[in-house]
Design a protein around this ligand. Sequence first.
Ligand code: PMP
Length: 435
Amino acid sequence: MTSDDLLARHRAVLPSWLMLYYAEPIELVSGEGRRVTDAQGRTYLDFFGGVLTNSLGYDIPEVREALHRQLATGIVHTSTLYLIRQQVELAEKIARVSGIPDARVFFTNSGTEANEAALLMATNHRRSHQILAVRNSYHGRTYATMGATGIRGWSASPLNPLQVAWLHSGERLRGLLARLPEADRIDAAVEDLREVLATQTSGDVACLIAEPIQGVGGFVHGPDGLFAAWKKVLDEHGILFISDEIQTGWGRTGEHFWGYQAHDATPDLLTFAKGIGNGLALAGVVGRAEVMESVPGISFSTFGGNPLSTAAGNAVLDYLLDHDLQANAARVGAILGDGLRAAVADLDRVGEVRGKGLMLGVEFVHPGTGEPDPGLTLRVFEACRERGLLTGKGGLYGNVLRMGPPLTLTEQEAHEGLAILVDAIRSQATEESAR
Ligand code: PMP
């Protein structure tokens, strides 16, 4: 199955810690719609889209044409020291859809850089290097963003330029607050925030950075309204709020365009990436002008907002809005989510099916104890691939199967993927129970 020669060369020249999915890694060579094809000619329905980067599907004519037009100018790569029309246009559009009044936009090449820039702005603005972050979070792979990452396995250095205090996320299944009834969890999370502020910080804190739905953490989220309740406390102290929308943005959750909108709490800074490029490197920060201006001197990015990426970004955002893909994510996501919940309700190996829109996770547990079961998760993950479905995996304990298909997913494809998922889960979960 695997391109053996390429795998051997990969292993010889790239660092061993670069994760490759699957026991037999796949080399994808083309894509169309929601399907991708590997070097051996096998086609897969893609329910992960390169970690939710593929928002529109593959080979979208509007995006291809925008890129061709840009390539035809001969300006494929250039620094952003010159005026770039499509950069300005994209910034205007993102400022408009951000929901943040009087917003400014700074483009970067990756989500990590976007969060790094947001943390830089917040810490400069507040003249403090103390921040609040959420347990089980993921924000990137630079020192500051790793420092704000609440999953030890994804934080590859003990060095941290920030002083971080950790909050409970208010999730349903695990952690201290999960033991409480749903109705009490927001109050408990606010109490936790107040206690953390009083006991672990000087009170002089720059910001809270949080994902509306934790991506790498296994699509975990607290109750709707949590951010608003947190923000009331933050506002008392002048603490800024950064919403990391790198996975939850662009309508993926179905119910809203941004994840923060489920909470009725507008962030000071919002970071975006992944889905806006539909495969191209494009990310950034959008936020309140006053905070965005808090960078001493000039901060520059050679490629951030470059002509090719922003040509794609404009085409992607126009497509997302023109085709109301948020509504599609809600409609098709409900088919997938409800179908999955119903189909595995009887399985004691499934702790929870959760998420919103087209961001859905299945947590696998040991029966009786409810302890995480990463082994079963891996087997289901491989079984999906054998049946022609690409998914993701993750979670603090590696026991969550993650689905984040392109937002253009059709009803028929949702049913097709659902049937594969259910078959893969049932075959592995019942085989396991029989052991
Ligand atoms: N924040 C979140 C919520 C993410 O999911 C990711 C990527 N998985 C990042 C930040 C980092 O983005 P990138 O990999 O583009 O640097």
